[in-house]
Design a protein. Structure first.
Lengths: 315, 343
């Protein structure tokens, strides 16, 4: 099933997304013709620090939207808030027109909005295939009483395994199928996490720095996979530091700085925007160059310019 | 040195009623700690709930035996839910502190003078096991005489009947654990052990599964409490001291966590070794030496019979430390599973 869809030639998804966004004005908080996710007035404070203060954000359905910004701009916190992993002080957002705010993380995921993490969360002491199987939703055998009666769920388990094997093959992890996930390399874990998220059958995938710490060859294949998600009708929202990557795959770019959205537009528009150059891409240096944390340093040619606080994650 | 006695004691105890109790407690703990990664340091409280539920049901409330069994199970379930709802959102180390404190609070409540007329205070409760023994008599497992098969020797008390019931319960619990842990339900528990947030990001309520795991392990812990109460015929608060929980952890570590048979093998080994060392060192201290062939290693002046008990604990403690260093996965575990970098 997946294998067929994954080998689609041509790029109808890309063309559709670019056409739809061509008429949209390049300004922060602009409305989109067919939004899948709409957020309003999202405010997240940690004590005196305003981590996220987003007045309006709309994410176009079927497009790849990149979120960029310096360390501490609130990108990951925004992801955490939108996916229910963190609670904001205020704000409302809808997914597919349904209210999402106030829902718990697992409920958000069940609606079809699935995230990955900046620090990869491979389930180390589970096999790769079990990592994948875990992602499937609506499993009969996940009920305790029914789990004791294998004949009730083993057929569904076979179907899930079949789908998992197809995805593993597509992500070239099939050779590692029965290994513990903990024995995978860092890049393979990124692939596994993305593949596992797809087991949920999401409509919107939120990827938090999917290329961070991945070697260039693997990064290329990851990129190809992300593009293919769009061709399969999925919407992708991702955080990335590498501007070449952003330019290559995204249809729309949202720039964050100090918790706010400071610019939006197509990659070309954004990269020519003076505010973005000032805040992120680095025209003037008003302090020592430094990275917030080791993980950020591993990104590679990240245009990290301004000194910034650490990217906060909830405990 | 009476090797026959030592061997008989060791073998008898290695499958005896004491092992039944620890094996059941450890099977429950294995669900919580081994599979789900919940550091429950209050397993003694779950056993106490079972034991006191049964004893107070029969002796204090005058309920029939089976209703009292249900009371014990319900009490353990209630404790699991109450403790779970209030503490399972805590991180692992805080959960350990909260559960050990809760277990001590419960033990001291049972022990308190104010509740003496209901719980029997420090002496606890007797006279609740008659129905259980009558079943044993009716089924021919309790004959009112000493039982001896080869080296296995069980004196007058209802040891044989306790063992028959206890090992049946163990078999049932192992079957449930085995079935559950090879199912998608068990897969979610193991995933929670690895990373809760990943599980939540995949649309599963980690909290709900943790409560379920806590409750299943707690109910199996209550079964351990039943067997402890019935084997002694007395329920007293100090049987459910934190040492009960620590023994249970020792058993689990010895056998191998997250393995179906780990707790049972661990319990037999732990209790067998404990009794072997006690009997062997007791003999050595009494005779003043350990015979090795024609020679004798003198131990007189080194250890007195009164010191044997504490010294056995020193040896077992050292053994468990050595185990953690050289074979952290226990007897049944998979070394790769332990040595993987968890993050």
């Amino acid at each position: 099933m997946y294998a067929d869809r994954m080998t689609t030639t041509g790029r109808p998804g890309r063309e559709l997304a670019r056409q739809a966004l061509a008429e949209v004005a390049a300004e922060p908080g602009v409305a989109k013709p067919a939004p899948i996710l709409v957020a309003d007035g999202v405010l997240r404070r940690f004590g005196g620090l305003v981590a996220v203060d987003v007045a309006h954000l709309a994410v176009q359905r079927g497009a790849i939207t990149a979120v960029i910004g310096p360390n501490g701009a609130g990108k990951t916190t925004l992801f955490n808030v939108l996916t229910g992993f963190d609670k904001p002080q205020s704000g409302s957002w809808t997914f597919n027109g349904r209210r999402v705010h106030g829902q718990r993380a697992h409920q958000v995921a069940r609606l079809g909005m699935v995230r990955t993490f900046q620090l990869t969360k491979a389930l180390s002491r589970l096999s790769v295939i079990d990592n994948m199987r875990l992602g499937a939703v609506g499993q009969v055998g996940e009920n305790f009483w029914l789990s004791l009666l294998p004949f009730l769920w083993d057929r569904q388990e076979r179907e899930i395994t079949e789908r998992a094997d197809q995805l593993l093959a597509w992500f070239q992890l099939d050779a590692m199928r029965d290994e513990f996930a903990g024995s995978l390399s860092g890049g393979q874990r990124k692939l596994l996490e993305m593949a596992r998220a797809l087991m949920v059958n999401p409509e919107l995938v939120l990827l938090d720095e999917p290329m961070a710490g991945v070697n260039p060859a693997l990064a290329q294949s990851l990129l190809a996979h992300v593009k293919q998600l769009r061709e399969n009708g999925m919407t992708v929202l991702f955080i990335e530091h590498d501007m070449d990557t952003v330019h290559d795959i995204s249809d729309w770019v949202v720039v964050m700085g100090e918790g706010k959205i400071i610019a939006e537009g197509t990659p070309d528009q954004v990269m020519a925007d003076q505010r973005v150059i000032d805040a992120y891409l680095g025209a003037h240096h008003d302090g020592a160059v430094r990275t917030a944390a080791g993980q950020e340093a591993a990104v590679g040619p990240a245009p990290v310019v301004r000194p910034a606080g650490p990217e906060r994650e909830p405990e | 040195m009476n090797w026959d006695l030592i061997a008989s004691t060791t073998l008898t105890q290695a499958i005896g009623p004491g092992v039944v109790v620890f094996a059941l407690a450890a099977i429950g703990l294995n669900v919580q700690f081994g599979y789900t990664g919940l550091l429950n340091f209050g397993q003694a409280a779950f056993a106490a709930m079972g034991a006191y539920g049964l004893a107070m049901g029969v002796a204090t409330l005058g309920w029939p035996f089976w209703w009292s069994i249900l009371l014990g199970l319900a009490a353990a379930l209630l404790l699991a839910v109450l403790l779970g709802v209030s503490t399972l959102r805590l991180r692992a180390d805080y959960l350990a502190i909260a559960t050990v404190a809760a277990a001590e609070a419960i033990r001291r409540t049972f022990r308190s003078v104010a509740l003496r007329e209901y719980t029997g205070g420090a002496e606890g409760i007797r006279a609740f096991a008659d129905t259980f023994r009558e079943y044993g008599v009716a089924l021919g497992f309790e004959r009112g005489e000493n039982v001896r098969y080869g080296p296995f020797f069980y004196p007058l008390q209802p040891h044989l009947w306790v063992m028959v019931v206890g090992w049946t319960l163990i078999a049932l619990c192992l079957l449930v654990v085995w079935l559950a842990m090879r199912s998608p339900w068990g897969r979610v528990l193991k995933a929670i052990r690895e990373d809760e947030d990943a599980v939540r990001s995949l649309g599963k309520s980690a909290f709900s599964y943790k409560i379920q795991s806590f409750a299943l392990g707690g109910v199996i812990g209550a079964l351990a409490g039943f067997m402890e109460a019935l084997r002694i015929g007395n329920v007293a608060p100090d049987q459910y001291h934190t040492t009960f929980t620590f023994y249970t952890y020792a058993v689990l570590i010895l056998g191998g966590a997250a393995r179906v048979f780990g707790p049972v093998v661990g319990a037999a080994l732990f209790w067998g070794l404990f009794n072997f060392l006690t009997a062997f060192l007791g003999e050595a201290a009494r005779l003043g030496g350990i015979p090795v062939g024609p020679l004798e290693i003198p131990v007189s002046g080194l250890i007195t019979p009164a010191e044997v008990g504490p010294f056995v604990f020193v040896l077992l403690g050292a053994g468990i430390i050595a185990m953690l260093i050289f074979r952290p996965q226990g007897i049944f575990g998979d070394r790769r599973e332990i040595s993987l970098n968890v993050r």
